[in-house]
Design a protein around this ligand. Structure first.
Ligand code: GTP
Ligand code: SPV
Ligand code: MN
Length: 595
C-alpha cells in the first residue's frame, strides 16, 4: 500500500505488539466498506435499519459503561510535566507507553487489524494533515470513513514524509478500569485502549484535530479550535464567515446549520455550514484568518434534534448514517430519540437494547429511563447536509470575520456582547464558563470554567495557549476577527429558557455581523459592548422588550462575584498566565467598581 518507511516501521511494531490474525488496509472504496458493513451486521455489531425509510443506515450500541468521553482518563504525556499544564492529566511518556503496551499486547489475537489512512481536511489542502489509525473495530472504520477522508489517495499525498499522526486504538475488553485516552504530542502519537465510543476512539476527531493539532498549531503558528464555522448570507448575496466555540453539547451543530426565522428567510438571509465542531485556522496571504473544517461528517447529538430545532441536521441523517445509542422502533425498524417528535414508539428497545416503556420516562433520571441515551449520536456525511457550503471541500479555507464564544449559563452572561478588542476577547474566552453536559462522563449541570471550550481538548499548558492566542492577535493586527460572546441559555426562576434559541439565534448573528461592518449600535458596559435592545430584531417573536432587556443586562453584583471566580481560576496558571490577561481582569474589576 505504501513504501513510506516511517509508516512500514510503525506498522511492523504494532503488528508485533498486537498480534492480529489478519491485517486489512482501508482503501476508501465503497465495495470494501460494504463488505465490512455486512460483517458487522452478521456479528451483531451493527443493526441494519429500514432500507426504505433510512437507506444505508445502521444502529450501533456501545457498552453502558462506555457512552461518552472520559476526561479523567485522558492524558497529555509530555516529557516535562509543566508543559501539559494544570488542566490536563499528565504521565511520564515512557511510563505511559509501557502501561498502554502492556494493556494492548496481544489484544488483536483472533481479530483483524484495520489500517485507516486518513486526511483531516480536504486531501492535499495546504491546511490538511494526515493520520493513520489502526483499530480492531469495524464500527471505528465505518465512522472514520464518514468523519474523515480515507483511503489510498491519502497515502499518495503523504509520500515518504514522516509528518503524520500515529493512532493506535485497541478495544481490549472495554474495561472502564483500564480505559486510557493518551496523547504524546512530542511524538505525534495517540493511544486509546478499552473504549469503543466516539471521541475516545475516532482518533482523527478530538485526539488529533484538537489535542495534537493544538500543540502543532502552537509550534507552527496556527490554531486548532473547538469551533463551528458558518457563512451568513445577506439579501445582497454577500457571505460573511464566523467561527464559534461552545463547549460540548452547547449548540455548535445547531448554530452551524440554522435556518433563520421566516421574516429573515424571506428577505434573503441564509446560513451555509462549513463545519460543526472543529476549525483549523491559519493566517492567509492577505493577512486575514482563514478556517477549514478538518472533518468530513457530523458526529452530532441526537436528542433534541427535530424538524423544527435543526431541520438540516435531521435531513443529514436520512441516509448513509450510523446511529449510536438511540432508541429502536421495532414496528418499522427505524430510530427514535427524545425530542424527535411527540410520538415515542410503543414497541421499542432502549439504547441498551432492552424493551422500553415510554410511559416510565423521568426527566430527572434520563440515563435510566430514556429511550435514547442523552449523549446518543448520529454520524452523518457532511455532503448530506442541505446547507453545506460550497467552500466546505475547498482547501484554502474561508476568511473569518467574527469569533464567538459561548456556553450554558442560566444566569450572569448576557445574550450577546462584543469584546473591546482582540486582547479583551482573549480574556473573555479564557474566562468563559459553562454548565457541564452528558457529552463527558461525570456530573451534568455543574458550572465550570472552560476556556475557549478547549478545557478537555488543549494539548499543552493552557497559559501558553492563551499566550498563543495573544500572539496570533498581534500578527493579525487590524485584520483580526472581532470577538463576541453569546449565551442562549439564560433561564427564569422556574428554569425555563428566556431566549427562544435555535433559528432565532440568527437575530443575534445579524447584530454580530453588522457590528463587524460598523453598521450596528451598542452600549458600552463594564464587560464589553452590549446591543441596544431595539437593535435585536424581535419581529414575529412572542417576546416582550423587557424580557430581552433582562437577558442583556450586566448586573454589578453578579459580575463582581464572577470576577472573583475568574481570579480564582487564573491562579491555576501561575506565572504562565500572560500579564495582559491579568491586566484585563484588573480592568474588569475597576470597571465594575465604577458601576
Ligand atoms: P458536541 O457535538 O458535543 O460538540 O455538541 P454541540 O456543541 O454541537 O451541541 P448541539 O448543537 O448538538 O446541541 C446540544 C444540545 O443543545 C441539543 O440538545 C440542542 O437541542 C440544544 N441546543 C442547541 N442550540 C440551542 C439553543 O439555541 N437554545 C437551547 N435552549 N438549546 C439549544
Ligand atoms: C464533544 O464531546 O465535544 C463531541 C463528541 O463533539 S466526541 O466526539 O465524543 O468528543
Ligand atoms: Mn464537540
Amino acid at each position: 500500500m505504501t513504501e513510506n518507511k516511517t509508516v512500514i516501521k510503525w506498522l511492523d511494531e504494532m503488528k508485533a505488539l498486537l498480534n492480529p490474525d489478519k491485517v486489512m488496509w482501508i482503501d476508501g472504496s465503497e465495495s470494501q466498506l460494504d463488505e465490512l458493513r455486512k460483517e458487522a451486521v452478521a456479528t451483531g455489531e451493527m443493526l441494519k435499519l429500514n432500507e426504505e425509510k433510512l437507506p444505508g443506515c445502521y444502529l450501533h450500541r456501545t457498552k453502558p459503561n462506555d457512552v461518552a468521553r472520559v476526561e479523567d482518563r485522558t492524558f497529555i504525556c509530555t516529557s516535562d510535566k509543566d508543559n501539559a499544564g494544570p488542566t490536563n492529566n499528565w504521565c511520564d511518556p515512557k511510563e505511559m507507553y509501557e502501561k498502554l503496551y502492556n494493556i494492548a499486547r496481544g489484544s488483536y489475537k483472533g481479530r483483524t487489524m484495520y489500517i485507516i489512512p486518513y486526511s483531516m481536511g480536504p486531501v492535499g489542502s495546504p491546511l490538511a494533515k494526515i493520520g493513520i489509525e489502526i483499530t480492531d473495530s469495524i464500527y471505528v472504520v465505518l465512522n472514520m470513513s464518514i468523519m474523515t477522508r480515507v483511503g489510498n489517495e491519502v497515502l499518495k499525498v503523504l509520500g515518504d514524509s514522516n509528518d503524520w499522526v500515529r493512532g493506535l486504538h485497541a478495544k481490549c475488553d472495554v474495561d472502564p478500569e483500564n480505559r486510557y485516552i493518551c496523547h504524546f504530542p512530542e511524538d505525534n502519537t495517540i493511544i486509546s485502549v478499552n473504549s469503543a465510543y466516539g471521541g475516545n476512539v475516532l482518533l482523527g476527531k478530538k485526539c488529533f484535530a484538537l489535542r495534537i493539532a493544538s500543540y502543532q498549531g502552537w509550534k507552527e503558528g496556527w490554531m486548532a479550535e473547538h469551533m463551528l464555522i458558518l457563512g451568513l448570507q445577506n439579501p445582497k448575496g454577500e457571505i460573511k464567515y464566523v467561527a464559534a466555540a461552545f463547549p460540548s453539547a452547547c449548540g455548535k451543530t445547531n448554530l452551524a446549520m440554522l435556518i433563520p426565522p421566516e421574516y429573515l428567510h424571506k428577505k434573503g438571509y441564509k446560513v451555509w455550514t462549513v463545519g460543526d465542531d472543529i476549525a483549523w485556522m491559519k493566517i492567509g496571504p492577505d493577512g486575514r484568518l482563514y478556517a477549514i473544517n478538518p472533518e468530513n461528517g457530523f458526529f452530532g447529538v441526537a436528542p433534541g434534534t427535530n424538524a423544527h430545532s435543526n431541520f438540516n441536521a435531521l435531513e443529514s441523517t436520512k441516509k448513509n448514517t450510523i446511529f449510536t445509542n438511540v432508541c429502536l422502533n421495532l414496528d418499522d425498524n427505524t430510530v427514535w430519540w427524545e425530542g424527535l417528535d411527540n410520538n415515542p414508539p410503543k414497541n421499542a428497545l432502549n439504547w441498551k437494547g432492552e424493551p422500553w416503556d415510554y410511559t416510565k420516562y423521568d426527566k430527572a433520571n434520563k440515563v435510566a429511563t430514556s429511550g435514547a441515551h442523552p449523549n446518543s449520536r448520529f454520524t452523518a456525511p457532511a455532503k448530506n447536509c442541505p446547507c453545506i457550503s460550497d467552500e466546505f471541500d475547498k482547501g484554502q479555507g474561508v476568511p473569518i470575520s467574527a469569533i464567538i464564544f459561548g456556553g450554558r449559563r442560566a444566569k450572569c452572561t448576557p445574550l450577546v456582547y462584543q469584546s473591546k478588542d482582540w486582547v479583551n476577547g482573549v480574556f473573555v474566552g479564557s474566562a468563559m464558563a459553562s454548565e457541564t453536559t452528558a457529552a463527558a462522563a461525570g456530573a451534568v449541570g455543574v458550572v465550570r470554567r472552560d476556556p475557549m471550550a478547549m478545557l478537555p481538548f488543549c494539548g499543552y499548558h493552557m497559559g501558553d495557549y492563551f499566550a498563543h492566542w495573544l500572539e496570533m492577535g498581534e500578527k493579525l493586527g487590524d485584520k483580526a476577527p472581532k470577538i463576541f460572546n453569546v449565551n442562549w441559555f439564560r433561564t427564569d426562576d422556574d428554569g425555563n429558557f428566556l431566549w427562544p434559541g435555535y433559528g432565532d439565534n440568527a437575530r443575534v448573528l445579524n447584530w454580530i455581523v453588522d457590528r463587524c461592518e460598523g453598521k450596528a449600535d451598542a452600549v458600552e458596559t463594564a464587560i464589553g459592548y452590549v446591543p441596544k435592545p431595539e437593535d435585536i430584531d424581535l419581529t414575529d417573536l412572542d417576546m416582550d422588550i423587557d424580557t430581552l432587556k433582562s437577558i442583556l443586562e450586566v448586573d454589578k453584583d453578579v459580575w463582581t462575584k464572577e470576577a472573583a471566580e475568574i481570579e480564582e481560576h487564573y491562579k491555576k496558571f501561575g506565572d504562565r498566565l500572560p500579564k495582559e490577561l491579568k491586566e484585563q481582569l484588573e480592568n474588569l474589576k475597576s470597571n465594575l467598581n465604577k458601576m
